[in-house]
Design a protein around this ligand. Structure first.
Ligand code: ADE
Length: 274
C-alpha cells in the first residue's frame, strides 16, 4: 500500500518511523510519503491560510496549495499501463470532526485500498471547493476520530495509519492476535493476565489455569459480553442474534437483555419477571 500525507507540520508524522509501522515501511510493506503543504505555496511567507468569506472566527486553508500538492501526488502515480492493470482511484481521507466516524470496519475497508492520501487540515478547515475539485480524481472521504475537536488532522492520521497499517498482510507477526482483539467481532476484548498468578494479593480466574480449552473459551466470551454490556451497551444492542449461541443468550439474559430473532435489547426493570 502507498500512503501520502500532506501537512503543514510534517515533523508530526515522524512517529510513523517507530514500532511496527516503521518496520513495515523499512520492509517495503508500506510506502509512506509525507509532504509539506508550504512547499506548494508561491509567496515569500509560504501562506496557507486566509480569512473566511462571510466572516467568523479563525482562518481557512487556501485552495491553491492543496490543489498543487494533490496534483503532484497524482503525477507520481504509475500510469495505468505501467501498473499492469487499471489502477483504482486513490482515496483522499480528510480528517475532520465533521466526517464519518472511523472504526474497525472502516480500517478493514481502507486496508484493502492501493493508495490512501491524507489531507491534514488546520485552523477552521480547508476551503470546501478543494474537496469538490478533488472528487474528480479521488474518492473523497471526510473522516472523524470521534465527537471531539483536535487542533488539526495530524493526530488523527497517526491513529488511522496505525489502525489501517497493522491490518496489512505481514505487518503484525501473529495474525491470530488480530482476530481476538476488541471490535473484531463486535465486542470488546476479554481481560488478560500474565505471571505471577498471585500478585499483591490478587489472583486470576481459576478457569485460566484449568487447561480446559472449551471452558476457557466460554469464560472469555462471557467476559467479553459482560465488559461490553458495562462499557458499551450500544455494541450489545447492535449484535446480530444469528451469531449468538445458547450460552451467549443465557449470559445476555443474565445481564438484563432480551434476545429475539429481531435483535438484542435491554429489558426495562419493570418488564423483568424476577
Ligand atoms: N480534526 C479536528 N478534529 C478532528 C477529529 N475529531 N477527527 C479527525 N480529525 C479532526
Amino acid at each position: 500500500m502507498r500512503i501520502d500525507v500532506v501537512s503543514i507540520f510534517p515533523e508530526y508524522l515522524a512517529a510513523l518511523d517507530l514500532s511496527l509501522i516503521g518496520k513495515a515501511r523499512r520492509e517495503g510493506l508500506l510506502q509512506l510519503h509525507v509532504h509539506d503543504l508550504r512547499d506548494f505555496t508561491a509567496d515569500r511567507h509560504r501562506t496557507v491560510d486566509d480569512t473566511p468569506y462571510g466572516g467568523g472566527a479563525g482562518m481557512v486553508m487556501k485552495p491553491e496549495p492543496w490543489a498543487l500538492a494533490l496534483e503532484s501526488i497524482l503525477a507520481g502515480r504509475p500510469a495505468p499501463a505501467e501498473s499492469g492493470s487499471r489502477a483504482a482511484r486513490p482515496v483522499l481521507i480528510v480528517p475532520s470532526p465533521a466526517g464519518e466516524v472511523f472504526n474497525q470496519a472502516l480500517a478493514y475497508e481502507l486496508a484493502e485500498e492501493d493508495h490512501l492520501v491524507f489531507a491534514c487540515g488546520r485552523y477552521e478547515g480547508i476551503d470546501e471547493r478543494v474537496l469538490e475539485w478533488a472528487a474528480q480524481a479521488f474518492t473523497v472521504r471526510p473522516v472523524s476520530l470521534g465527537d471531539y475537536v483536535l487542533n488539526g488532522g495530524e493526530v488523527a492520521v497517526l491513529a488511522m495509519v496505525e489502525a489501517i497499517g497493522r491490518l496489512l498482510p505481514g505487518v503484525v507477526g501473529n495474525p491470530e492476535s488480530l482476530v481476538e482483539e476488541s471490535h473484531s467481532d463486535g465486542l470488546l476484548e476479554y481481560p488478560v493476565y500474565t505471571k505471577p498468578s498471585e500478585w499483591r494479593g490478587r489472583g486470576i480466574p481459576e478457569v485460566l489455569l484449568s487447561g480446559n480449552h472449551a471452558r476457557i473459551a466460554r469464560h472469555r466470551r462471557d467476559e467479553q459480553l459482560r465488559r461490553t454490556a458495562a462499557r458499551r451497551p450500544d455494541l450489545i444492542e447492535a449484535l446480530d442474534p444469528a451469531g449468538l449461541d445458547k450460552a451467549d443468550k443465557a449470559t445476555l439474559e443474565g445481564l438484563g437483555y432480551a434476545v429475539t430473532p429481531d435483535g438484542v435489547r435491554a429489558v426495562q426493570a419493570s418488564e423483568r419477571t424476577s
